[in-house]
Write a protein that binds this ligand. Structure first.
Ligand code: FAD
Length: 459
């Protein structure tokens, strides 16, 4: 238990009403997007970088563990508190500080919701492309801390590709500013990208300078169903080797299609092994129409049974509805899911899918497979009930097998969700002992007392 003086000091910094210790508040901060949970000792809700700095100074002086948190939509248990920790909730810091139209940049606080920024810049004709499917919930600080991806990263890249500069509060409370609005910057180590993907273990991100691009003027979407999944995979490679880079190529396997159909009754075919949702976009409407037509022709040629191209915005929304329905549909099929995000070389997708189906059979546990086929990032979701210890044990064994398969196929444990605690036991099998050692050294250098998000990524 923290002594009264600690709580008093924290209250003086952020205001009494922003230090939460009541059980009902702590319960609300004990979850993230996974099935794990743990209550913290207290929640602190700062409003400025200066307040974050002062909170970290108290934590450092008193050896208190601090768990940074955005909207807790994370899927690696990275923002799950420790019992004797403070949760540092960044959501009050939700101001868009600047949209610099000349330099194509925006400066934001860490707690801005991703969709809010995308909407704000779109109103001025700009595009912020990173689009995790949690875009309406996640924060930009959380996106940078996890280096979030999303459907559009095939063409546009991941969050890290848009982070030009950061304000980071270090474990001892010092405020570090990295990068800035300059596009080119090689002055010293790339500290900005060191903090991208560090999952709250190296510093607390409080502000971000983000790159913007011009808003595409046109988009066209197609849906293609494939009796054979191997053909869907061949189709993805044929599109890309034809020199076309669609904005998105999303894959859903037969288990995912059946789960969506059962929950949503969208009229999806139940006798096919795979479905692709492909979107082309760009500045020139005619070029985009030509591109989607070429894509549709490639789908037919590589074994698609039906290809539907949306003719207007309403039809486009309808085609995307299947993809958007995945999460709520899975929730109806089983009370809990372990949403993994292995990433493999694109050419290995058929082997990865076959291996995942075998893992599902071996452990007798349903696994729905969907994901960003264009960049080889698959989301095998293991469906289970955490009240049943046997199902939990089989889920963990299946996850271990998934990671082994990803690494064997030349891929990696995580394409976008991060390591958190859930993938920590498997990290060394992916990156090797020397990389683990280097990461430990970096962490020790920045946080010698080990107070920032301990137990996440590395011990
Ligand atoms: C339905 C659903 C769909 C999703 N789809 C995608 C997807 O398509 N692509 C994808 O990449 N992810 C996806 N995610 C995962 C998740 O939304 C992302 O990882 C997101 O970036 C987390 O943002 P957050 O604000 O919720 O962070 P949190 O969950 O609160 O935190 C995540 C990690 O970042 C750290 N952190 C948070 N804020 C800060 C900060 N300001 N400074 C330092 N560390 C910080 C935390 O300590 C934790 O380790 C999905 C999640 C859900 C529930």
């Amino acid at each position: 238990m923290f002594d009264k003086q600690v709580l008093q000091e924290l209250s003086t910094i952020v205001g009494k009403q922003h230090v939460l210790t009541q059980p009902e508040d702590l319960v609300a901060y004990s979850y993230d997007g996974t099935f794990t949970e743990q209550r913290p000792e207290a929640v602190v809700r700062p409003n400025t970088t200066e307040q974050v700095s002062q909170v970290m100074q108290v934590a450092c002086r008193r050896d208190i563990k601090v768990v940074p948190r955005g909207m807790a939509s994370g899927l690696a248990a990275g923002s799950i508190p420790l019992e004797d920790s403070i949760v540092l909730d960044l959501c009050r810091m939700n101001r868009i500080l600047e949209i610099d139209e000349l330099n194509f940049t925006t400066t934001v606080e860490a707690g801005v919701i991703t969709q809010d920024l995308a909407d704000a810049v779109a109103r001025k004709g700009f595009f912020y492309p990173p689009d995790p499917s949690s875009i309406k919930q996640s924060t930009l600080g959380g996106n940078a801390a996890c280096n979030a991806g999303g459907p559009r990263c095939l063409k546009y890249g991941v969050t890290g590709d848009y982070v030009l500069g950061l304000t980071v509060v270090l474990a001892d409370g010092r405020v570090l500013r990295t990068g800035g609005k300059a596009i080119k910057n090689v002055s010293g180590y790339n500290l900005t990208q060191l903090f991208v993907g560090s999952e709250g273990t190296l510093g607390v991100i409080t502000e971000l300078v983000l790159k913007l691009i011009s808003l595409p003027k046109a988009a066209r979407t197609a849906k293609a169903v494939f009796p054979r999944l191997a053909d869907a995979s061949r189709c993805v490679n044929s599109i890309l080797t034809a020199g076309i880079t669609p904005a998105t190529i999303e894959l859903m396997d037969e288990t995912t299609i059946a789960t969506i159909e059962e929950a949503m009754h969208l009229g999806l075919p139940l006798d096919v092994e795979a479905m692709l949702i492909i979107e082309a976009d760009g500045m020139d409407e005619k070029a985009v129409v030509d591109e989607i037509e070429t894509i549709a022709a490639i789908c037919h040629k590589t074994g698609a049974r039906d290809v539907e191209v949306a003719r207007n915005e309403q039809e486009r929304t309808a085609l995307w509805s299947a993809r958007r329905s995945i999460s709520p549909s899975l929730a109806r099929r089983a009370p809990n899911k372990l949403g993994e995000d292995i990433s493999v070389p694109r050419s290995a997708i058929p082997d990865a899918v076959a291996a995942i189906k075998e893992i599902s059979r071996k452990h007798q546990i349903p696994i729905a497979i969907f994901g960003h086929a264009g960049d080889g990032n698959l989301h095998p979701n293991i469906l289970f009930d955490k009240r049943d210890p046997d199902q939990v044990a089989r889920t963990h064994k299946a996850a271990a097998d998934l990671f082994r398969v990803a690494v064997q196929l030349g891929g990696t444990l995580s394409g976008e969700h991060g390591v958190g605690t859930l993938k920590k036991p498997y990290l060394e099998s992916d990156i090797g002992p020397i990389a683990m050692d280097v990461m430990r050294s970096v962490r020790r250098a920045l946080d010698p007392r080990g107070i920032l998000n301990p137990g996440k990524i590395l011990d």
